[in-house]
Design a protein around this ligand. Structure first.
Ligand code: SAH
Length: 225
């Protein structure tokens, strides 16, 4: 069990992290992130609350970090790029977003801060509990967190304006394509050893596919426990 911080330590750490977070946002801007909604969300979410206490000092470095159970929290630049790609072109609010792979809940938090209505599916119950606690600590309690296999999406809440997957699939799950609204966007890593981010858009002419950056995500697995 990680030691809890005292109230004073919380205040001090909060001030330090606000400054460190601003530096992280400056670096994101230098690397080409420009959507003000994304930059604001990244500045506002206290990323150190989503990683283990022992790693909190590295929370604002641009690296992915372990979150237990063999899973990782994505590096800030990847979170920012994916969120920006998802929101790009949407001028009337972030809309209704489905996330596959809640993990520690950091990406969920960033999406919530952009004003999106967020549904997030995670296959590991322990990880989902941890995400719920992390989001509560960050005072972001309005995401719908679902325990299940993201391959099947969430038909009951479809259609979605955006779908974001934070584990690498081998193929595009058909259920997700069906649950995407007309004009909606889906961003996901695809591949095994070699992976790329793909941006998919549902248009009247069909699914438009664009391959983006090479990435490294944990695999999308089947079933849940
Ligand atoms: N977005 C997360 C990163 C998550 S890591 C963050 O910000 O921390 C990927 C997560 O996807 C892991 O927690 C893993 O358990 C989950 N996952 C893998 N396959 C899945 C599936 N089929 N359905 C739902 N979640 C899945």
């Amino acid at each position: 069990m990680a030691a809890k911080l005292t109230q004073d330590e919380h205040l001090t750490y909060g001030m330090i992290s606000a400054r460190t977070r601003q530096r992280m946002v400056d670096r994101l801007r230098e690397k080409g992130i420009s959507d003000p909604r994304v930059l604001r969300a990244m500045r506002e979410v206290p990323r150190h609350l989503f990683v283990d206490q022992a790693l909190a000092t590295r929370a604002y470095d641009d690296v992915s970090l372990p979150i237990g159970h063999g899973q990782t929290i994505s590096q800030p630049l990847t979170v920012a790029r994916m969120t920006e790609a998802l929101l790009d072109g949407r001028t009337t609010g972030a809309g209704r977003i489905l996330e596959i792979g809640t993990g520690c809940g950091y990406q969920t938090a960033v999406l919530l801060k952009t004003g999106a209505e967020v549904f997030s599916i995670e296959r590991l119950a322990n990880i989902l509990d941890q995400a719920r606690q992390n989001l509560r600590a960050a005072k972001l309690t309005h995401a719908r967190l679902v325990h299940g296999d993201g391959h099947f999406g969430l038909a009951a809440a479809a259609p979605f304006d955006g779908i974001i997957m934070t584990a690498a699939a081998r193929h595009i799950p058909q259920a997700l394509v069906e649950q995407l609204a007309e004009g909606g966007r889906m961003i996901m890593p695809i591949g095994e050893e070699e992976q790329h981010l793909w941006l998919l858009e549902k248009t009247p002419q069909g699914l438009q596919k664009n391959r983006l950056d090479p990435v490294k995500f944990v695999p999308l697995l089947s079933g849940y426990d």
